[in-house]
Write a protein that binds this ligand. Structure first.
Ligand SMILES: [Zn+2]
Length: 241
């Protein structure tokens, strides 16, 4: 008891670590007192609620428990990350960068749908509609991340790796996005999501062969043909290969 009392007395001195919160229809948004987020709270509330709703333009399932916590950070080393178990998304939101993409929300919705789904494929689903604005030599272009996969080394363009291995960088995330783009075109979006619900790291070959009506070797060739038909990224963002 005594110890708890002492901690409570100390609390006002620790205001730096304090979080404020604001509620939107689906989200509890946490931000630091005095932060960029606090100074732009109307925009924060509007933009994150919109980002959450945008998830369901892309993922055709609404979770039963739509309770999400959003934490906004100033100048972290990562731009966004999520805690699937605690259902928390974290975003960088400061004077220089205000990230408000559906990406981290999608990770949590996917985890609720199928916790056994291959992690690299999940990253691809989060990225498949994302794009990057690239400026070089006074020229600005927007390029979808699945097209940036054009830059990835040949050995990353491997269906088995996408379904059976983890994810640790942009080349892997972008080739997984290309795989999702390809599969949704190959199977149709509804069949893609039916497949997704059953997928894990060991059953993907048989499920894909069955759904697509093609052998694994044929599917691997078709994926590489999709790569070769991609419109390459802007020249100033192409890797020499
Ligand atoms: Zn991600």
């Amino acid at each position: 008891m005594k110890r708890i009392g002492a901690l409570l007395l100390l609390a006002p001195a620790c205001a730096v670590g304090r979080w404020e919160e604001t509620q939107t229809e689906h989200l509890t948004i946490h931000y630091r007192p005095g932060s960029h987020a606090e100074r732009h709270l109307d925009e924060v509330r509007r933009d994150f609620e919109a980002a959450y709703l945008a998830v369901f333009d892309q993922v055709p399932f609404v979770p039963e428990d739509p309770a999400y916590d959003v934490y906004l950070h100033e100048y972290p080393s990562n731009f966004g990350w999520s805690n699937l178990v605690l259902r928390r998304v974290h975003y960088r939101y400061d004077a220089e960068s205000q990230l408000t993409s559906p990406h981290e929300f999608i990770h949590i919705v996917l985890h609720d749908l199928n916790p056994d789904a291959p992690g690299r494929l999940d990253e691809g689903i989060c990225r498949v509609r994302e794009a990057r604005t690239i400026t070089a030599n006074g020229e600005t272009q927007v390029c979808e991340l699945y097209r940036l996969a054009w830059n990835a080394p040949a050995d990353v363009w491997d269906l088995d790796a996408i379904f059976a291995r983890g994810y640790s960088g942009d080349d892997e995330g972008n080739t997984a996005a290309a795989c999702v783009k390809w599969l949704q075109a190959e199977l149709g979006e509804d069949a893609f999501w039916e497949l997704y619900l059953e997928l894990d790291r060991s059953n993907y070959r048989e499920l894909l062969e069955e759904r697509a009506g093609r052998s694994w070797a044929e599917l691997k060739r078709a994926f590489l043909a999709f790569r070769d038909a991609l419109e390459p990224p802007p020249p100033f963002h192409r890797r020499v290969r």
